[in-house]
Design a protein around this ligand. Sequence first.
Ligand code: NAD
Ligand code: GLY
Length: 364
Amino acid sequence: MQKIIVDLGERSYPIFIGSELLAQSHLIPMNINEGRVVIVTNTVVSPLYLEKAKSFFSDRSCSQVVLQDGESFKTLETINVIYKFLLEGKYDRKTTLVALGGGVVGDITGFVAATYLRGIDFVQVPTTLLSQVDSSVGGKTGVNHELGKNMIGAFYQPRCVIADTSVLSTLPQRELKAGFAEVLKYGLINDLDFFEWLDSNSSELLQKEPALMTSVIKRSCEIKAEIVAKDEREAGARALLNFGHTFGHAIEAAMGFGNVLHGEAVAMGMVMAADLSLRVGWISSSEAFRVRQVLENNFQLNIVPPDKISVEQFLEFMASDKKTENNILKFILLHAVGDAGISSEIPINLLRATLGAGSSLCED
Ligand code: NAD
Ligand code: GLY
């Protein structure tokens, strides 16, 4: 088992990574309250892992809320369903919520934990690759609004993250590939060696080779933990973790939440960001092409944004991005593969060229 600490002073917490961790109930953090536990999960994950998770917390009174599955349920209406369950059950401040599921369940549960009775403990038990490498770590919680992705939320850290790699055995291949988009992000923004290692091992990784999966999750969490420890509330460096997301969030919103997976939209967005990096002169065409090639060929990700999203629609959705300040949209671009930076004041003609490039993204 691997253990990484997210170092945030008194709110520091461990991330445990390894196989069959849900069979190891001694991992329950000492610093969570001794009150009742409520597991929040969904209709897909509960038949697979709810009983295991309940036995993990068998030393406490444990109940569950089972949500509908999918990004389209990441809404304030769903939050209200959980509030109602907790209030009707008279759950008090010593309650601990457990998010058992992918990033959707994790983001929803974290937001309820942040706001119910002004804040109660929560634990992340991520069950998708994407949630194990990204969304369960760092304390971003929240839901979508029809006018924008993740627009309602809070920074609120879990007490612990338990990333049991065994649960990935049931993860559909499409979801696995979407998770690799966020893994590749860490290489692209921060670690050329990691990107090259991913490039060389892509076929074994797409077959979920267990030792490699643990290494991937560990390295991804290390990079995220280091950035979050420096900049928990995204005043600076944490914005680099949003590489590809300004474009990706617009794609998710324009296509209707749930139709393009988050990781799929991020993959398209990262290729668009590489294309824009090329247009502003930060990277060479061979570097931009390499980004496209590794995502498209090695990790079998679709990197072409849906052509039904017009340039004007892109601009409209991107205008409400959380990185917009004084109407100036900031972009995370590449100085090189493995080194990202924050740019503002992108000439609008270059941005429009990227938004309208379609399948010619990153091509000479
Ligand atoms: P998801 O939560 O929708 O899970 C994907 C699908 O896999 C769902 O149908 C889910 O029920 C199913 N599933 C989960 N675990 C499974 C398993 N072990 N076996 C079989 N099926 C399983 O999607 P996701 O990709 O995990 O997360 C995407 C969400 O995460 C988005 O809402 C995104 O905005 C958010 N996100 C948040 C952060 C953050 O920092 N908070 C970071 C990245 C992404
Ligand atoms: N997924 C981006 C972040 O956590 O900051």
